[in-house]
Design a protein around this ligand. Sequence first.
Ligand code: PMT
Length: 385
Amino acid sequence: MIPHTPSESPPSNLAALAEDHYFSANPPPKDLQKHMKLAKDFIEFHSKAGRRLVLVTSGGTTVPLEKQTVRFIDNFSAGTRGATSAEYFLEAGYAVLFLHRQFSLLPYSRHYSHATDCFLDFLREGPNGSVVARDEDAGKMLNVLRKYREARDKNMLLVLPFVSISDYLHELRGIAQLMKPLGPKGLLYLAAAVSDFFVPPERMSEHKIQSTDAVEAFSKKPSKPSASEEEETFDNFDSSPSVPRSKRLVVDLDPVPKFLKNLVEGWSPEGMIVSFKLETDPKILVHKAKYSLDRYQHHLVIGNLLSTRKWEVVFVSPGNPDKWIRIPQGGKLDDAKEAEKDEPLDPKSLPEQEPEAEIESLIIPAVAELHTKYIKTMEGKKLEA
Ligand code: PMT
């Protein structure tokens, strides 16, 4: 991969200032130290073995509205891309550090934890009160179980959770910094759907945001039924568009600093960095992916559209033509003509059911190939120096 010339990259000192400010203002998750210890041991183990290691981020981050959080903003990501990719990375010989949104899909168990594939549906009662897999499911389940056990027993998979945007960023920074000893053999595959806006701590309510004036009225100890009690009854039925502003919840969000620059320049200067770009408008996808690559100077952006993300993605990397990777609509992976089209598919042309093959089975070998080239280039540079 040929590095390209930066155009609109933010100055490094500004990125460092934004980092200091964000990480001192937003507290780390309570298990950060414990997670960093696990990550350090895992990374050292594989670094000593000279193995490639990938950090896969997966699922959506939450944006808490209160410090003692009852309400939060979330996004659609179920963690399918991340969990599926992790399995194909393991198959390709990578050790996988899987940083995921708590309770989102996990590698291997994803086959049995989906809303339509509840694990209980695959089981039946066996002899003497035992529980066994149903005959028709046993073959696939055994296959998945063997792969899972192998990954665990050989210490190839470490699973760490996050919940909020600030948990995610603290964990990402810590793990990326720990990955330095891997040099170019470290790969960061950022498939998580990271929130773009958040409530900064200084504007965040400590307690649950109240929907009525009842608490205020309580502290004033009214002697007769208060106006606010009457209001509360009224509120519950008031859905007219003319609700007064004082009764609406107006959420004022700041942009989350983009830490890709810090990741590329400081946290993981030698690792290969793959980010994702999600859009809903096909007309802007490639442009946004190129913009991101140009701005942050990393190694690969994988563009995907919300409506077609299980059918196709586009690879945008420096010095290479844009490369569309897609599952042919007939479901056959060797349908060359379909796969060659270099513009987004029309979502209306796609079958309603999910594709038979998983697009990650094509994405991961292509990423691994670019990673091989990257390692060679970096090692060549070291020899020259
Ligand atoms: O989980 P699924 O349902 O399968 O969905 C998968 C997916 C569509 C979420 C996934 O394939 C995907 O596209 N993830 C990235 C979503 C996105 O567009 O992120 P972004 O534009 O907010 O960020 C772009 C990149 O910058 C991301 O890789 C992110 O890790 C990184 N980023 C974002 C925000 C931030 N503050 N710092 C960052 O470094």
